[in-house]
Structure formats: C-alpha cells, structure tokens
Design a protein around this ligand. Structure first.
Ligand code: FES
Length: 162
C-alpha cells in the first residue's frame, strides 16, 4: 500500500489540459495513457491517489485505468530502486544465456526478480523482448540498453552504478 502522505500530482493539470485540446470532444479517455506516463515520469511510479485523481479528472471508470496499468509492463505501482535492471528473457536472449544472467543478478544483488535491494539501489525485473534481439542478451538499466551481455560485463556494470 502506498504511503498516505505522497505529494499530489495535480500540478500537472495545466499540462494535461494542453494535451486534452489535441483530442476531439468525447475522446477524453485517450488521455489515460499520456497522463499515466507523465505521472510516472514525475513520481517514479503511479500511486493509488493518482488513479483516484485521474478517475475524477478524466472521468473514466477506475477499471479502465487499471487495465492500462496492468497491460503495459512499463508502469510501476510501487517505488523502485535508483537503478532499474530489466533483463530480457524472450527467445533470442534466452538462447544466448538470459536465464544465467538473471540467476547471476539475483545472486549478486541478493534479491529475487521483482525485488529491490535493501539499500534501494537496484530493482531487478524480467521483461519480454526489448526489441534488440540481434544483440542478445540485453539488459536495460533505466533508459539505457546494454547489449551482448555476459556475467563479467554485468559485474563491471554493477560497479559503475552508484
Ligand atoms: S528477445 Fe531479448 S531483445 Fe528480443
């Protein structure tokens, strides 16, 4: 459950009003995705209170916002570590050792997939295809791709991430 004293995201309303003008009347529900993206960009995740506000502001049913949040794996519902390691495990990456890399990261970080290290530095996630299959295996760290990875490269990368 999110902390009850999180800051409001209502200061984003002027931005959202500008976005709203791009859509024809009656298509306000199209604001759901860009509003959620912007909230996550600012807060780092989408909190329950953000959903409450969007239900009121956009005027869509809560379930519609929940559907977007659960369909797109990019959305987070809880805070994450400073460095978000997203390891691809789809076919190309698996054939080139992704499972071994995931196991390696779990051991090195002392976490399971989906967890954050106690010091708040790293969150480990597993994702399906980062769209860079030709350079598999791929690990995304925040917004940066790290390609043709192996355990030694991962160890060196972890050292750089303070
Ligand atoms: S399978 Fe890993 S990037 Fe496509």
């Amino acid at each position: 459950m999110n902390a009850p004293d999180l800051p409001s995201m209502r200061h984003l309303q002027p931005e959202f009003e500008a976005l709203k003008k791009r859509f024809p009347a009656g298509f306000e529900s199209s604001l759901t995705l860009p509003c959620l993206r912007r909230i996550q960009e600012v807060r780092g995740f989408v909190a329950e209170q953000d959903i409450d506000w969007l239900v009121e502001y956009i005027g869509v049913p809560r379930v519609q916002i929940e559907e977007v949040l659960t369909f797109y794996t990019q959305f987070r519902r809880q805070p994450i570590g400073r460095w978000h390691l997203q390891t691809c495990r789809n076919v190309s990456c698996s054939m080139r050792g992704a499972e071994g890399l995931i196991d390696h990261l779990c051991r090195r970080l002392g976490v399971k997939v989906g967890e954050t290290t106690d010091d708040g530095r790293f969150t480990l996630s597993v994702v399906e295809c980062l769209g860079s299959c030709g350079t598999a295996p791929v690990v995304m760290v925040n917004d940066a791709y790290h390609e043709n990875m192996d355990a030694a490269k991962l160890d060196a990368l972890l050292q750089e991430l303070k």
